[in-house]
Design a protein. Structure first.
Lengths: 333, 286
């Protein structure tokens, strides 16, 4: 699952990463009219890719199918909106840790309550908690109610009064998000390779055996759920920074569903799959939107087709194409 | 809170609960018997409501519209079951969630194409368009009583079918052990198709009779779906009795939540659910 990727596949992914790194350099030449739009779009997609990876930790690795993951994404964004002074830049060294702490707290609480359940109960319970978060921001006066709230000034990233990067610059922000996106990927790889990660992976395969070995699966699941929720909060924080705006639909279960579609479309449990899923999903949406105003129906048809035709997602397909000669997936535990 | 006011709230709560039960019972049976998580279940509710709105305008009679929307919802349910859902029986819950999520997108977009994005009111039939006076200031609309009555009759009917007929016996057997039912030579395919269609029909009917009270609007299916999930989880997945008690509990909790804590009304139902799950992680009757 997190074993070394087949070499050709690793090279392919590196090449795609290189395209992302170099995009701001060649973008203006290739797409003179649409460059800024595409730059922002790619930034947005990378933010969603972080969300998809964080959900993959729960769904693909630990076997916790959450349908309320967007609540943590939205909470991360809302924390920025709530903590930002109205006409002044927030200090990122204060607001980011506070936001992540708040999301971690919420994720730990929701996780504690939901992990007592399993299977379909878990799906439904996380869905219900997600909706609870949605209504918290939609129905109460907190941060603008259903209208949402603006973040007038982007947070300042300064050390001793010296600005490290200006998040207002689209290109700088692009690189900040790219850096975090790559960072999160390797953070998860390391996490899954660690003893803790090995237990979580084992729980995804066979929880009873893990219990039989003397571990307490509930504790490991709770920690994994909290980490996944916190990283989702990070991506929500980035999204709020990018758009300068938060609204309750960030937390809605549609958004959770989309994140889940990205994970499955990409191939769950592979980390790089959900990233590809995020890109394909968002680019497909872009394409369908330009084709017809009824693009939602096309998205629906695409989702159904993927379920029926690609049960292991894009990653499954790629791993098959570039596959290792000897199948060793079964002996992994 | 005086007596009449409380009575009105209790009547409203019971009426909402009974309506939720009609939708949730289909959801819980479809999961219990077929092992399918059907996110598109709320779409049948929406379909019923829009059909009621549209057919009532065409035929001039809500009764006619409701009577027609029932078989149409059943047919749509049967077709979807035999074309798509049938491929999912041996697949993971995740695939079911995804496929039915895709179905929701298609349903919602079709609704927008056919009927637009506006909110529409539906006229209460003249026969039921009056209120019972309770005291100087309060009265209770008869249509709501009629809805409660219809729901109660259907709930009893469902109980008779499930407890007292051979078909009901298959349904109960299917809910407790699917493989065994198939091994006994019962046509499981047909059973599944009928259960799915019946669930769709009940959801459609609920949407149709609720339309004059709640109006019809885009996204209405999803709000019902999520509340029904709460009902099913509270009652215990697959349990009709659980769905019934869960629905009444949620109906009353929602209604009284709106009276006592109006700012956090949407919260009360989830708080009830969290409390029940802390006490019994698999619902009341699983």
């Amino acid at each position: 699952m997190t074993d070394r990727l087949p070499r050709p596949l690793a090279l392919l992914l590196l090449a795609l990463l290189a395209v992302l790194v170099l995009y701001p350099l060649f973008g203006p030449m290739l797409f003179p009219e649409k460059h800024t739009f595409l730059l922002q779009k790619l930034t947005g997609i990378m933010i969603l890719a972080i969300l998809a990876m964080s959900l993959d930790l729960l769904v693909g690795v630990a076997g916790l199918v959450s349908l309320g993951h967007a609540a943590f994404f939205g909470l991360g964004g809302y924390m920025l909106a709530i903590l930002s002074p109205q006409y002044d830049a927030a200090n990122i060294w204060v607001v980011l840790p506070l936001a992540l702490l708040a999301v971690a707290g919420a994720a730990a609480l929701v996780g504690f309550l939901s992990i007592r359940t399993s299977g379909i109960y878990f799906i439904m319970v996380t869905l219900a908690f997600g909706q609870m978060g949605f209504y918290l921001f939609n129905d109460t006066k907190l941060a603008g109610g259903s209208d949402g709230a603006y973040i007038m000034v982007k947070p300042a990233v300064e050390i001793a009064g010296y600005a490290l990067v200006k998040l207002g610059s689209k290109q700088s922000f692009y690189y900040v998000v790219l850096g975090l996106f790559v960072g999160v990927y390797f953070f998860f790889r390391m996490l899954l390779a660690s003893p803790f990660g090995r237990v979580v992976r084992a729980i995804g395969v066979n929880e009873n055996r893990v219990r039989g070995l003397g571990f307490n699966p509930a504790l490991y699941k709770l920690v994994a759920f909290t980490i996944g929720g916190t990283v989702a909060g990070l991506s929500g924080f980035l999204a709020a920074t990018q758009y300068g705006f938060v609204n309750p639909s960030m937390l809605s279960w549609h958004h959770s569903g989309e994140a889940l579609v990205m994970v499955i479309l990409g191939g769950m449990g592979t980390l790089f799959g959900p990233v590809l899923g995020a890109f394909v999903f968002e680019l497909a949406r872009l394409g369908f939107e330009s084709m017809t105003e009824h693009w939602l129906a096309l998205m629906g048809a695409m989702v159904i087709a993927i379920v029926l035709l690609l049960p292991k997602g894009l990653a499954g397909l790629l791993l098959q194409v570039f596959g290792d000669p000897e199948p060793k997936a079964e002996e992994e535990e | 809170m005086d007596f009449w006011f409380s009575l009105i709230q209790i009547l409203n709560g019971v009426q909402y609960g009974l309506l939720l039960f009609l939708v949730a019972s289909g959801l819980t049976l479809i999961f219990g018997i077929m092992g399918i998580i059907n996110l598109a279940h709320g779409s049948f509710y929406m379909l019923g409501a829009y059909l009621a709105y549209w057919l009532a305008a065409k035929t001039g009679s809500l009764t006619m519209a409701v009577a027609l929307s029932l078989p149409i919802a059943a047919l749509v349910g049967y077709v979807i079951e035999s074309l798509l859902v049938r491929t999912l029986y041996r697949r993971d819950h995740l695939d079911q969630v995804l496929l039915t999520y895709g179905l929701i997108l298609i349903f919602n977009e079709s609704q927008r194409m056919l009927w637009g994005s506006d909110v529409h009111g539906v006229q209460v039939p003249a026969l039921l368009d009056w209120s019972i006076r309770l005291n100087e200031t309060l009265s209770y609309p008869v249509y709501r009583l009629a809805v409660s009555g219809v729901c109660a009759v259907l709930a009893v009917g469902m109980w008779v079918v499930i407890q007292r007929t051979r078909f009901g016996m298959w349904v109960r057997a299917g809910a407790s052990n699917r493989e065994m039912v198939a091994a006994l030579g019962i046509d499981v395919k047909l059973l599944f198709g009928v259960v799915f269609a019946a669930g769709a029909a009940l959801a459609g009917l609920s949407g149709a009779i609720a339309a004059p009270m709640n109006s019809v609007y885009p996204g209405m299916g999803e709000s019902v779906l999520i509340i029904c999930f709460v009902v099913v989880v509270i009652g215990g997945v697959g349990s009709i009795k659980g769905a019934f008690l869960g629905a009444l509990l949620i109906g009353l909790a929602d209604t009284f939540g709106k009276v006592f804590v109006p700012d956090f009304a949407s919260f009360t139902v989830y708080a009830v659910m969290a409390a029940v799950l802390l006490w019994k992680p698999r619902g009341l009757f699983a």
